[in-house]
Write a protein that binds this ligand. Structure first.
Ligand code: PLP
Length: 396
């Protein structure tokens, strides 16, 4: 069996044609393709507006700005995510309020979110324990007013418990920004990821369900935010886009025309990609569910549609994961220990004083997770090979 890639985009002649057509025009940026892609994307998600940006991270950053987050404000999010889910508000010098995850869904635990919001809004004796260790004694903090945003992550394509999180946000007047970078097409209780928050962000890096190379998309029903996003991504130009009239501090977070053309074709093929990914996940589930040292992904019944981004199993605690990864690698099978908790990343430990033990569920999950090769065109024979090899490695 040839080496199996960890992930692989599906690019057909249609994508090649779409990109080369753009290259034959003089519109390589700010042209008709981005407009078309945004319209099609907003329609797909079922929201009024979509704004293309240069990455998911850029999109999250602009949402944080739109929510009015500034220095020392507090944002609730999950420590079990890609680092961009928290970096996006550090850019505005806000502080993370990490809340531990549910051990089954791997998404933020809504009960603990409720507790965190309650403690912080009442500024009670427990409130400071939700802050990063090195920030607990800052004198400038006025916790109840500084808590503004909940930023749930739909980890690995499974939506967080948006019903409970929305209720908490409504009760306490908090804004929800969905990090839907991994969850295009996912549905929770019949509603698509991207329809729940004031805004949501999708990512199109090449390992994602659809790709534009680099790229991302913000979606929103909020007219004011929509105009703000368009201005902010384009150097803060005013809403009339007068070329040299910069009304606010902006960024170059534009998505170019080649990427938009690519994204449009990929979006048209999304349903077939999601169906294929579902099939690959089913093949994995069928083969791995009987291996006692392996726990297969758990999808809650409220998720009527999972958008499979990666396929992540958990290994029993006594298993040496590094050894398993090495042995798989020798057989041409890549795997990843996906995610490392955000609070234990070097920057977060150095800057905020987090230490191992701070978020026990996240940490124990992170020690046992293993992402296996996963993409739409992975064949049943390849899945078979990965699963048979893994079984041999675990049960020599
Ligand atoms: C959960 C999550 N948030 C944010 C991002 C950032 O997206 P990008 O890499 O496009 O900046 C990613 C991308 O990998 C992600 O998985």
């Amino acid at each position: 069996m040839n080496p199996i890639p960890m992930a692989q985009p599906d690019l057909s002649q249609a994508e090649l044609d779409a990109v080369s057509q753009v290259l034959k025009t003089s519109y390589l940026s700010i042209g008709p393709r981005i407009v078309e892609f945004e319209r099609a994307f907003a329609d797909y998600i079922g929201v009024k507006h979509a704004v293309g940006v240069s990455s998911g991270t850029a999109g999250l950053h602009l949402c944080v700005i739109a929510a009015g987050i500034t220095e020392n404000d507090l944002v609730i999010t999950s420590p079990f995510s890609f680092v961009a889910s928290a970096n996006c508000f550090l850019y505005e010098r806000a502080l993370p309020v990490f809340v531990d995850i549910d051990p089954d869904t791997l998404n933020v635990d809504p009960q603990q979110v409720e507790q965190a919001v309650h403690d912080i809004k009442h500024d009670n004796a427990q409130a400071k324990h939700w802050l990063p260790p090195s920030c607990r004694d800052r004198v400038m903090l006025d916790l109840p007013t500084q808590l503004k945003v909940i930023l749930p992550v739909h980890a690995f394509g499974q939506p967080a418990d948006m019903v409970k999180l929305s209720a908490i946000a409504k009760e306490h007047d908090l804004v929800i920004i969905e990090d839907a970078c991994e969850a295009i097409g996912a549905e929770y209780q019949g509603r698509k990821a991207g329809q729940w928050g004031e805004s949501a962000v999708f990512g199109f890096y090449p390992n994602k369900q659809i790709t534009t190379g680099e790229g991302g998309m913000i979606v929103t029903n909020n007219e004011t935010w929509y105009h703000l996003f368009r201005s902010l991504r384009n150097q803060g130009r005013d809403v009339f886009n007068a070329w040299l009239n910069h009304t606010r501090l902006g960024y170059n977070y534009r998505l170019d025309e080649m990427s938009a053309a690519l994204g449009l074709v990929q979006l048209n093929r999304l349903e077939s990609f999601l169906a294929k990914r579902e099939q690959v996940a089913t093949w994995y589930n069928e083969r791995l569910k009987e291996i006692s040292a392996v726990t297969i992904p758990y999808i809650v019944p409220e998720v009527n549609r999972m958008s499979w981004f990666v396929y992540v199993i958990r290994l029993a605690t006594e298993i040496d994961r590094n050894k398993v990864m090495d042995m798989l690698k020798e057989k041409g099978i890549p795997s990843r220990p996906y995610f490392t908790p955000i609070h234990l990343q070097t920057f977060y430990q150095d800057h905020f004083g987090y230490r191992p033990g701070d978020f026990p569920v996240t940490e124990s999950v992170a020690k046992s997770v293993l992402a296996l090769p996963f993409y739409a065109n992975l064949s049943e024979a390849q899945v078979d090979y990965v699963c048979t090899t893994l079984n041999t490695v675990l049960n020599p």
